[in-house]
Design a protein. Structure first.
Length: 369
């Protein structure tokens, strides 16, 4: 399949050179701006991405930073982030051996021992792309070997490590919220990554990943609300909402990523009618609502008084959704996102990570290598 990566902003009259300038400015802000960056060098050869709202480094953010670096052709940044991840997060014994501690302090000391599977899948994908873009080095920097090792643990931990649990359910191919869980997070389902894993992971696991891609697309479509397009943060394997962490609302921070994931899957693998309907409904629901009025919601769209913690992220993913959406509001969402600046302040990390990924895919610069 020949992939084309168009500038989606051309649909609203934005020139390629202006899009490139916006991408480069956003990258500079996230990694180098003295006030707004959340990339920090820790050792001469390592660096981390700070969750500015919680003042820690998470496998989510570390792997996101690596993906940003490989897309922007910055091997120096990529290697520093990967070195920190291996040095301070990778577990070398116990039931989590081969996984990565999901949260550490900025000096590398652990806040938690368990992993979060969205980190592992982003680590593996970023490493495969790094291998293809820059070639493999030695040891830790043999990127494709490292990616295959991570995925081997993700699928076979229960066979490799005493007391271990896999990150993907071996019976139904669903990614788990954590290895011990028997439920999932819809925003963890990345069928576009699994398509690549089905070509580059260990040969014995490639059919597993191909089936995981199929299952995830079906799950994303079936678990979203049929009218609003909203997905829950956490669900049972059958898609029923699972409320957790004392939150009474279902559509909240993690869930915003589902629209972004649908957009990138469409860009890389072509249209899926069922998931396109999800983002069409989502754009339609939010079209009359100003960003400052975004709330937390039941899946049917009933709002809570609780404001959205990451409103810029919602605008960003709804902009990216225009890649897949059939909504009459699709171009309006491109404009709304184009005119939205990066977030400032203590909660900027999550918003700006999603912002940058959405900007990359809409610019035509989020590519498979």
């Amino acid at each position: 399949m020949e992939r084309i990566y168009p500038n989606q902003f051309a649909r609203i009259g934005i020139r390629d050179e202006d899009v490139l300038a916006k991408v480069e400015a956003a990258f500079h802000t996230i990694f180098f701006d003295s006030e707004e960056k959340f990339y920090h060098e820790v050792d001469p050869d390592s660096a981390c991405m700070e969750d500015t709202g919680n003042h820690d480094a998470r496998t989510e953010g570390m792997s996101y930073g690596m993906m940003m670096a490989v897309q922007m052709d910055r091997q120096d940044i990529f290697d520093k982030l990967w070195t920190f991840s291996d040095r301070y997060m990778r577990q070398r014994s116990g039931k989590y051996e081969g996984y990565f501690a999901w949260s550490v302090r900025l000096d590398g000391k652990h806040n938690a021992e368990g992993p979060a599977p969205d980190g592992e899948e982003y680590f593996a994908m970023a490493l495969f792309l790094a291998s293809a873009r820059w070639g493999n080095g030695e040891g830790l920097y043999n990127y494709s070997k490292q990616a295959r090792t991570i995925l081997r643990h993700c699928v076979h931990q229960h066979e490799m490590v005493a007391g271990g649990d896999p990150m993907w359910d071996p019976d139904n191919h669903h990614i788990r919220f954590v290895p011990e869980a028997r439920y999932t997070d819809p925003s963890y389902h990345l069928p576009h990554f699994y398509e690549v894993f089905s070509q580059r992971a260990d040969p014995c696991d490639r059919t597993f990943w191909l089936e995981a891609a199929r299952v995830s697309r079906e799950f994303i479509a079936s678990s979203a609300h049929p009218v609003t397009g909203m997905s829950a943060e956490y669900t049972e394997y059958d898609g029923r909402t699972r409320l957790m962490f004392r939150k009474p609302f279902a559509y909240y921070s993690d869930a915003y990523r589902v629209a972004m994931n649908i957009a990138l899957d469409t860009l890389w693998n072509g249209r899926c009618n069922a998931t396109a309907q999800v983002v069409t409904h989502l754009q339609d629901f939010f079209a009359p609502i100003a960003q400052e009025d975004f709330k937390s919601y039941h899946l049917d769209g009933t709002p809570f008084a609780e404001p959205a913690m990451h409103p810029v992220a919602i605008t960003a993913v709804l902009g990216a959704a225009s890649i897949a959406s059939d909504s009459p509001h699709a171009e309006d969402w491109l404009r709304r996102f184009w005119n939205e600046p990066l977030r400032k302040g203590p909660r900027r990390y999550y918003d700006n990570c999603l912002y940058f990924f959405c900007l990359l895919m809409l610019s035509g610069m989020y590519r498979i290598y």
